[in-house]
Every structure is written in structure tokens, then in C-alpha cells.
Write a protein that binds this ligand. Structure first.
Ligand SMILES: Cc1ncc(C[n+]2csc(CCOP(=O)(O)OP(=O)(O)O)c2C)c(N)n1
Ligand SMILES: [Mg+2]
Length: 553
């Protein structure tokens, strides 16, 4: 009770819990906190799902989220989400229940080495012995919870996951005590951060990778330089944004002339960005995003900072204006030139009227490009878009225009795991009316769309399961179903390897009935094969919906 109370006092509002005997005291305490309206509790059976759900909640709320599990393999199931959180700087607090010291190392049931299990992926670990009658300091639980919170929130380094391994001795729980008194505390400010004062310099570009946030766009505009922004950077908008950036970066007239790059976040979606940053003659300044390692390809960054600022306006010399103008103009032209011409309309339809043309457009088959452009077009600032680590995020990165919307992707390690769970966490947190009386503290009216491939869906099928009686957010899981992992068709080896071997071990064909899968978990199901059907399928619904879009391999 004291440990949970301290976390709530510090600002933790979201708790994800998985059932287990060793953790029963924590679970029952969490239930009491939920009953009192102090936390939002989500209960999941699968700890891997719970970890990613917590990750999504923390991404959206930017506040540490608590995960409670029992001992043994339960703890190990948190590892994928812990790694992603570590690499993308997302604050998680893990309470892992354990046996007391005297029962460890002697083959006790469900007992393993839990301290250190996450290795360097957690920045802070404590092993808290079970309370005993002798020598128990009543202030200790609160103190250790306070430390856990500060470490997760990144008060002295970067935010990320932390682990509190809590030993419990029989009896594993008793009657739940009274809720602790939750007075307000003042906490110290985060540590000083190191900034970069940006001066004008010729042939500069700003690069925004995942997690850059809007400051990359703001800096590019304030110094007046081209902005290269990945689709989940949080900076893909504004007048300085460059379309078709991969194309331009490999063009000697554009990428070849860059002399300075100011990099925000964690670029992962192209080969051209790291190639640029590793090239001789390019000065690289890195503004680190939350996460374990600053992005530094070729270790060529001349400096690493926490933020960047610029005094004064954009460089208005003729050279600088021309530099910016040609990038933006060329990017726009190349993006439009890439738009595929629609299918030739048969002569008898061409002779027809406007209504027939409309009908032909309505019946247009769905390509990957049409799918990502449609989802992008339908997403508004009150919505959330989550992109899985499938082919579709790369298509989106290549084709969508600038728009100020909230886009998330697990790019810390770019796993295809946990995508649905992460999306559900984001949906729940973004739509939650809040714990305040009247529930007026937040909560958008929007919908969360998770756009991903079929293998990514199957990897996290268990994420479709809700705790009974829990809130179900407005969420659409939009699956581009090409029957396996077609991202691998783009590998160089695909040109030479035997097709059946490639299929067997990389493409990994599947023919799961997604309609039945949706039904099994109580999700609504829709499917779309034409442009018209897609618009209908993506219309908002109040129930969680799985939208299947068959795609040609
Ligand atoms: C946890 C995890 N395992 C394996 C991979 C390697 N991987 C990357 S993409 C991919 C296949 C994705 O298939 P799908 O989701 O259907 O998307 P598609 O490429 O077909 O669009 C795999 C297995 C990964 N990124 N993460
Ligand atoms: Mg696929």
C-alpha cells in the first residue's frame, strides 16, 4: 500500500496488472486504489501484452506507467516492451513479485534470477526483501518508490524502464489496509540540460527521425532550412518540409551538396539518412531524443545536445533562400510525379458521364499507397495513428504529405511485436476522460488507427483481449493483408534465392481467418477491396474494429 501510494502521490495514474499468486498483495492493493478512483487499472493475462499496453499508455501520457507481475516467466514476458521502452525513452515502472532470499537458489517453484534479468535495459533496479518483524523501516517503501519514479521519469538521466523486484513471504497477503494519505509534495526539477545555439551556416538541413517532436520543425523554420522528417517524427509538417526526401538525398545536386545536418530523434526508415551523416564534409550535430543511445551513425557527430535554439530569424541571404526553395520545390515535384496514374478507363466508360468516372474511382483496387494515403487523409489532430514495423510504414514515409497529426511507431527496436497492445494503450490514454470528478481533465473524441501488416497482427493477436468490464476505446486495427511478410521481397537476396525457400523461411505464408479472429475476441470486423469500400470501412465506430484490406503480394 505504501509503495503504491507513493507512486500515486508522484503522479502515476495508469497501472497494468497480470494475475499471479506471489503478487496478490500488490494486485489487491491496486484494486483498492482503482475502487477509490485514484488509478486507472487494466488487467491483462499475457505479460508481453501488458508490457506493450503500458508502453502505449506511457507514450501518450508521458508519465511513468506501473506494471505489476508475478514471478518466473511472467517477468521475462515483459522483456520485449522493456527493450523498446529503453531504446525509445519511455518511462515504465515494473513491480515484479519474487520469493524471499531464503527460497531463492534452491529449486523453489516459479523462482528464477529476476534481478538483472533485463540487463542494461533498465537504468535502475532494486531488490526489496520481504518485510520481517525485525528491523523493517516503515519509511523504506515510500523512499524506494520515490527513487523508482524519479529514475523512470528521467530526472537524472533519460526516461526509461526501471524494475522494483519485491519479495513476499507467506502469508502472501492479508486484509487490505487503509489507503495512505496522499498529500501533495514538491519535487526537484530535472537536471540541467545542454543546449545547442544554432548559427546560420550554408547548405544546412534539419533531419527529424522518430521521436524528434515538433522542435525539429520549429528549428528548421526559424533558421530557414529544408526539413527532412520521417513519418513518425512528430515534425512532418510545415512550409520547410521536403517531400520524396530519399530521392533528393541520393541526388548529388541536393544531398550531395549538404554541408551541415542537425539531427533530431532516431531516424530508422531510410539508408540515405545514415549515408548522408557518415559522408566526409558533413558536420553533424545531434539533438538527442529520449532513449538509451543518441543517434550517431559512423560516430561522426561533432556534438550531442538535449535541445537546440536559434536567436533571430531565418537566413534571408539569396543563397539560403534559394537552397530552401529548390529543396521544397523539387520534393513537391517528385512526390507528385510519383503518383501512379489511375488505371486507364475503358472506352465505353470514358464516353460516359461524370458519374461513371466517379464509379470507376470508387471501384479502384487498393494499393499500399492508396491505403496509407487514405488512412493519412482520414486522420485528424484529435486522432492517433500507430504504424507497425511492416512495409506500410515505409510506404507512408515515402508518400504522405505534411500534416500536423499524432503518429506513433515503436521504432526503438522496430519490432513487429506488441503493435496492437501499444495502439490500445495509446487509444485508452488519449480517450480517457480522466480521474477527476466529472472526468473533464482530458480525453479526445478521436479514434486511434493502428496500421500494420498481417504478420504483425498475428504476432500480437493476444493483444485483442480486453479485461472483462473494462473500457473499450475507439480503435481500428487496419491490416494490410498480403498473406505473409512481403517486406522481405525487397531484400537483395530475394532476386537470387530459390523462391520456395524464401517463402518458407522469410515470407512465411499464413492464411488465418481474420474475420473469425476478430469474432473470437469480440471485435467488429470489416473488409475493403476497393477505394469506396475503404472509405466506408474506415468510418468511425464506437466499438473496437478490425479492418482487413487484402493486398497483392
Ligand atoms: C519481434 C520481431 N520479429 C521479427 C522481426 C523481423 N520482421 C520485420 S518485418 C517482418 C514481417 C512483417 O510482415 P507483415 O507484418 O505482414 O508486413 P509486410 O511486410 O507484409 O507488409 C518481420 C518478421 C521484427 N521486426 N520483430
Ligand atoms: Mg504482410
Amino acid at each position: 500500500m505504501a509503495i503504491l501510494g507513493e507512486l500515486v502521490r508522484r503522479g502515476v495514474r495508469d497501472v497494468v496488472l497480470c494475475p499471479g499468486s506471489r503478487s496478490q498483495a500488490l494486485a489487491l492493493a491496486a484494486a483498492a486504489f482503482e475502487q477509490a478512483g485514484l488509478i486507472r487499472l487494466r488487467v491483462r493475462i499475457d505479460e508481453r501484452v501488458a508490457g506493450f499496453l503500458a508502453l502505449g499508455l506511457a507514450v501518450e501520457t508521458r508519465t511513468p506507467v506501473l506494471v505489476i507481475t508475478t514471478s518466473g516467466t511472467a517477468v521475462a514476458n515483459l522483456h520485449p516492451a522493456v527493450l523498446e521502452a529503453h531504446h525509445s525513452g519511455v518511462p515504465l515502472i515494473l513491480f515484479t513479485a519474487d520469493r524471499p532470499l531464503e527460497l531463492r537458489g534452491i529449486g523453489s517453484n516459479q523462482t528464477s534470477e529476476q534481478v538483472g534479468i533485463f540487463g542494461p535495459a533498465v537504468t535502475w533496479v532494486r531488490d526489496v526483501e520481504a518485510p520481517s518483524h525485525t528491523g523493517f523501516d516503515p519509511d523504506y517503501p515510500g523512499q524506494v518508490a520515490h527513487e523508482a519514479y524519479s529514475a523512470a521519469a528521467g530526472h537524472s538521466s533519460t526516461p526509461g524502464p526501471v524494475q522494483l523486484n519485491l519479495a513476499f513471504r507467506e502469508p502472501l497477503s492479508g486484509p487490505v489496509g487503509r489507503l495512505p494519505h496522499l498529500d501533495e509534495h514538491q519535487w526537484p526539477e530535472p537536471t540541467l540540460r545542454r543546449g545547442l545555439e544554432v548559427e546560420h551556416a550554408p547548405n544546412t538541413v534539419v533531419v527529424a527521425g522518430h521521436g524528434a517532436g515538433p522542435q525539429a520543425e520549429a528549428l528548421a523554420r526559424s533558421i530557414g532550412v529544408p526539413l527532412i522528417a520521417e513519418v513518425s517524427s512528430g515534425s512532418r509538417f510545415g512550409p520547410n518540409l521536403v517531400g520524396s526526401y530519399r530521392d533528393l538525398l541520393s541526388d548529388p545536386e541536393f544531398g550531395g551538396r549538404v554541408e551541415r545536418a542537425i539531427v533530431f530523434g532516431h531516424p530508422t526508415l531510410s539508408r540515405e539518412v545514415p549515408a548522408l551523416l557518415e559522408r566526409d564534409g558533413v558536420t553533424v550535430r545531434v539533438i538527442r531524443a529520449p532513449g538509451a543511445e543518441p543517434y550517431n551513425p559512423g560516430r561522426r557527430a561533432s556534438s550531442v545536445h538535449d535541445f537546440a535554439s536559434h536567436d533571430g530569424g531565418p537566413d534571408d541571404s539569396l543563397g539560403a533562400r534559394r537552397w530552401l526553395g529548390t529543396w521544397v520545390q523539387a520534393g513537391r515535384e517528385r512526390l507528385l510525379a510519383d503518383v501512379p496514374q489511375s488505371e486507364p478507363v475503358p472506352a465505353e466508360e470514358r464516353a460516359g458521364d461524370f458519374a461513371r468516372e466517379q464509379l470507376a474511382a470508387f471501384r479502384e483496387p487498393i494499393t499500399r499507397r492508396l491505403l496509407v494515403e487514405t488512412v493519412w487523409r482520414l486522420t485528424w489532430p484529435h486522432d492517433r495513428l500507430v504504424l507497425g514495423a511492416s512495409r506500410l510504414i515505409r510506404v507512408a514515409d515515402a508518400v504522405v504529405q505534411g500534416k500536423k497529426i499524432a503518429v506513433h511507431a515503436n521504432r526503438g527496436l522496430a519490432g513487429i511485436d506488441g503493435t496492437i497492445s501499444t495502439g490500445l494503450g495509446i487509444a485508452l490514454a488519449s480517450q480517457d476522460p480522466g480521474l477527476d470528478p466529472g472526468g473533464a481533465s482530458g480525453g479526445t473524441l478521436g479514434v486511434t488507427r493502428v496500421l500494420l501488416g498481417d504478420l504483425a497482427v498475428l504476432h500480437d493477436a493476444g493483444g485483442l483481449l480486453f479485461g472483462l468490464g473494462e473500457a473499450r476505446p475507439r480503435i481500428q486495427v487496419v491490416v494490410g493483408n498480403d498473406g505473409g511478410g512481403t517486406i522481405f521481397d525487397g531484400l537483395e537476396v530475394a532476386a537470387t534465392a530459390p523462391r520456395d525457400a524464401l517463402d518458407r523461411v522469410l515470407y512465411t505464408p499464413q492464411s488465418v481467418d481474420l474475420r473469425a479472429l476478430a469474432a473470437a475476441y469480440g471485435w467488429e470486423y470489416r473488409t475493403a477491396t476497393t477505394r469506396g469500400e475503404l472509405d466506408v470501412a474506415l468510418a468511425a465506430s464506437d466499438s473496437p474494429t478490425l479492418v482487413e484490406v487484402p493486398l497483392v503480394r
